[in-house]
Write a protein that binds this ligand. Structure first.
Ligand code: ARG
Ligand code: ZN
Length: 881
């Protein structure tokens, strides 16, 4: 936030504050354009701190209108104030003192959506990471923790609801039609967890009885009339609370837990203590308007924010370099929760697909950074997939290394030792070391070295000696600021699969540590020899994606088909099929780019179709297998000189070949996978829908006609089927009457539901080919598109830039020029949103030269703008470096 002249913050410069904050007392007199904030802060000088050190408080676009020290006005000579900071000198050396700061802020004008702002007539806050300083001058850093008392005064008719963190103290009528409410949060917290919501909202209520028998009131606030659409979120919340008790022994700690859904929000959701604020898209769902993916997201994000109550709130971060301490760990926890609620293998496949499509490109490009970075210019740009998803994978590897019991011991120690602390990654790792008597110093490199490690593996079987030898070599690519890397500790889950499909049980292993089915690669080059292997096995390696690496392992088609048929790990079966098809797609893309044609080996095609038709396998798994690597996946694996049009052509050719060869199977699936009973969002029903829609997609390739999809659109009785049919029509037959008719019917039917309109925008923004840009431009003029709403912008501009490889990467560079224009228009209003959109160009250097030149030119246009936010400045600088 702020302007672009911010300087780099370095971990090495961390030091504690000179003053300890004892308590916080805030009074808000809410007004849409002129809200008064009185902050009473009690401090004392830290033991050993410099007795003359001044108190320095952070601000952002603030104006000071009152300053008291122990209730007396502070003389002008005793303080300095700017919009960014308030410095007070000559403070007491040994006794606590009280500072009262008065500021006036304008929520209506706050388009950054950081601090206190208005959305649909509701007051709401977003303070992470540094939004609190836009409310009042404050030591706005996560290692300053205090209990908060909050008083909110507001017009009663417009704001019947006055909410903040903690437990409700009381309220009543005030003057001139106003009323007030007071809240007290006894748990010391940093300012980024503060929240305030005021307005007129509907509520869904429930209760949860904790494991020690306390009743907790649960409330989800949504716009009036939308209450029925919050039922699934409430159910997910109760399941999350129960699961955290059972799996991690964590109990909720206030009398009330509230969630508020708002329609203007920069991110997914926020874990403010006792008062989570959510992007409404991650709360509202019903069969008519939400897809299965929406349901799964709601379940995961409700859980994620709830789990933060322990991993993030009770134990918070010492500084923002430690962000993965709460985010990586909490993503791991929500992944495990979803795995327990749904199919574990299918969930894992989806996670790995997401990791590879989002985090691997980040780690391989100009924005690469360690899970625990050591410097930043703009902290908002570090809420990344590396911190979140790779951070989660690092936590998962600790669990893999230590086993379930050892991991639990470490977590228990962490909760016991650090409850109430602002902790570091080192503190976290130490708990696992201490609880297990294990040295994790080499393992910790996962936090510090950026880049996706590459592991090359080759196996050799010696029938005479009955040994299997596995040679491994690891290489960690150079990343910005890190040229040389140390070898890492890489846990590789493996199996040696025999001819009959069973797993070999070697009598001995030499060459390194092996625990259970995990081998520990710790050296740059390492050879493991397994004895007592009586026949030639097929190696299944990195099962379950035990380590987030790029694995290079040459295996024959026959061997991969063997794994796809026989591995007891369903994830490994998916991986094997992926390893079969990916080279075909890559080869095809290269051939098309160089003017050749695509060849599709029939063994690969029949392996896919065999899985598709195997009724012994769960439908959701088969749908994952049939969802071939995306165009972005192919581009990432190719790595350089990418031509998105060639990739698209190659992939379409392969899809068509699969469709033609498997036509009877797809026909059968399309007919039999329909759920007979009414709609249920459960994972098994969702899996059947996914498989049936996948079959529809293939049949459309085989039939080359929009008729079947148009029928599917007309007969759909839930949003998943409806939007799938719509995408098939729009993406495959954009010029057909059927597509037009379906798009028209869709927008008419959901005219009053912006979250569904977002799907309509995304479907059109992702129609392949150069024509997409004109469609996107036209849609920006559509009355449904609201340029100030982040969800609308992400649905239209974001989908185009992130998810339309052929449309966005038009060979003439118009896509990049359009994005640059959008970014410069959005940046002055909402820098976080602008910076996030810009990351869609993070892989620009791997494009073929003509497109790469256009991309660079567009980036330079942004770079040359003088008025950039620190958010966009930071990203564009790193992208051009
Ligand atoms: N802590 C929130 C969550 O992951 C996200 C906050 C994002 N903040 C930001 N400035 N981008 O649950
Ligand atoms: Zn989080």
């Amino acid at each position: 936030m702020g302007t672009s002249d911010t300087k780099t913050v370095e971990l090495a410069n961390y030091r504690p504050t000179d003053f300890v904050l004892e308590r916080v007392d805030l009074t808000f007199e809410l007004d849409p354009t002129n809200t008064k904030v009185d902050a009473r802060l009690i401090f004392h000088r830290r033991d050993g701190a410099d007795p003359r050190a001044p108190l320095v408080l952070n601000g952002d676009e603030l104006t000071l209108s009152g300053l008291l020290l122990d209730q007396n006005e502070v003389p002008a000579g005793q303080y300095d104030v700017t919009p960014q900071s308030l410095t007070i000198r000559n403070l007491p050396e040994a006794v606590p003192f009280e500072i009262t700061v008065t500021t006036f802020i304008n929520p209506e004008a706050n388009t950054q959506l950081m601090g206190l702002y208005r959305t649909n007539g509701v007051y709401c806050t977003q303070c992470e990471a540094e939004g609190f300083r836009r409310i009042t001058y404050f030591p706005d850093r996560p290692d300053v923790l205090a209990p908060y008392t909050i008083t909110i005064i507001a017009d009663k008719a417009a704001n019947p609801l006055l909410l903040s963190n903690g437990n409700f103290l009381g309220g009543g009528n005030y003057d001139e039609g106003r009323h007030f409410a007071a809240w007290f949060d006894p748990h010391p917290k940093p300012s980024y967890l503060f929240a305030l919501v005021a307005g007129d909202l509907g509520v869904v209520e429930d209760t949860f009885t904790t494991m020690s028998g306390r009743d907790v009131a649960l409330k989800i606030y949504v716009e009036h009339g939308k209450e029925p659409r919050a039922a699934y979120a409430m159910d997910a919340l109760k399941r999350s609370m129960k699961w955290d008790e059972e799996r991690f022994g964590r109990e909720y700690d206030l009398d009330i837990f509230m969630i508020v859904a708002v329609s203007d929000f920069n991110m997914g959701a926020m874990e403010n203590k006792g008062l989570n604020v959510f992007n409404d898209k991650y709360v509202l769902a019903d069969p008519e308007t939400a897809t299965d993916q929406d349901y799964a997201n709601i379940e995961a994000i409700i859980a994620h924010e709830y789990f933060h109550n322990w991993t993030g709130n009770r134990i918070t971060c010492r500084d923002w370099f430690q962000l993965c301490l709460k985010e990586g760990l909490t993503v791991y926890r929500d992944h495990e929760f979803s795995a327990d609620m749904r199919s574990r293998a299918v969930k894992r496949i989806a996670e790995v697909r997401h990791l590879k499509s989002e985090q691997f490109p980040e780690d391989a490009g100009p924005l690469a950074h360690p899970v625990r970075p050591t410097k930043y210019r703009e902290i908002n740009n570090f809420y990344t997939t590396t911190v979140y998803e790779k951070g989660s994978e690092v936590t998962r590897m600790i669990a893999t290394l230590l086993g379930a019991e050892g991991f639990k011991k470490g977590m228990d120690l962490y909760f016991e030792r650090h409850d109430g602390d602002a902790a570091t990654v080192e503190d976290f790792v130490k708990c696992f070391e201490d609880a297990n008597g294990r040295d994790l110093s080499q393992f910790s490199l996962w936090y510090h070295q950026a880049g996706t490690p590459m592991v090359s593996a080759s196996g050799a079987y010696d029938p005479a000696a009955a040994t299997f030898t596995l040679s491994l070599e690891q290489m960690i690519p150079a990343t910005p600021g890190q040229s040389a890397k140390e070898p890492m500790h890489i846990p590789l889950s493996f199996a040696l699969i025999l001819d009959n499909g069973s797993t070999a049980a070697p009598t001995a292993v030499a060459g390194g540590e092996v625990t259970g089915d995990v081998l520990h690669l710790t050296e740059r080059k390492q050879t493991f020899t397994f004895s007592g292997v009586s026949s030639r096995p097929v190696l299944s390696l990195n099962r379950g994606f035990s380590a987030p690496i790029n694995l290079h392992l040459d295996r024959s088609t026959d061997d991969l088909v063997h794994i796809a048929r026989h591995d007891s790990d369903l994830f490994a079966r998916w991986q094997a099929l992926n390893d079969l098809i990916l080279p075909v797609l890559m080869e095809g893309a290269r051939d098309v780019r160089d003017g050749g044609t695509v060849t599709c080996p029939s063994a690969v095609i029949s392996a896919l179709i065999e899985i598709a038709g195997n009724d012994a396998l769960e439908p959701a798994f088969r749908a994952q297998v049939l969802a071939l690597p995306s165009e972005a996946d192919i581009a990432r694996e190719l790595g350089s000189n990418n031509d998105p049009d060639a990739i698209h052509t190659a992939r379409t050719t392969v899809l068509t070949a699969v469709a033609e060869a498997g036509r009877p199977v797809f026909q059968h699936l399309f007919e039999t996978m329909k759920n007979s009973a009414g709609f249920s969002p459960d994972a098994a029903s969702a899996g059947r829908r996914a498989l049936r829609n996948s079959a529809l997609g293939y049949l459309t390739y085989a039939e080359q006609s929009p008729v079947r999809a148009a029928e599917a659109f007309a007969s759909a009785d839930n949003m998943t089927d409806l939007v799938q049919a719509l995408s098939v029509l729009a993406h495959r037959f954009p010029d057909a009457e059927e597509a037009d008719a379906a798009l028209g019917a869709f927008v008419t039917r959901f005219d009053d539901n912006p979250l569904v309109i977002d799907k309509w925008l995304s479907v059109q923004a992702t129609i392949p080919g150069a024509g997409a840009l004109d469609r996107v431009k036209a849609l920006m003029e559509n009355r449904h598109f609201v340029a100030s709403n982040p969800n609308r912008v992400r649905a239209l501009v974001g989908s185009f830039a992130f998810s339309n490889p052929t449309g966005f990467n038009r060979a003439d560079g118009e896509g990049y020029r359009f994005l640059a224009e959008r970014i410069l228009a959005i940046d002055p209003k909402n820098p976080q949103l602008a910076a996030r959109l810009l990351t869609s160009m993070r892989s620009w250097r791997s494009l073929e030269p003509v497109r790469a030149d256009h991309a660079r030119a567009a980036l330079l246009t942004i770079d040359r703008s003088v008025e950039l936010s620190s958010d966009v400045r930071d990203i564009v600088d790193r992208m051009l470096k």
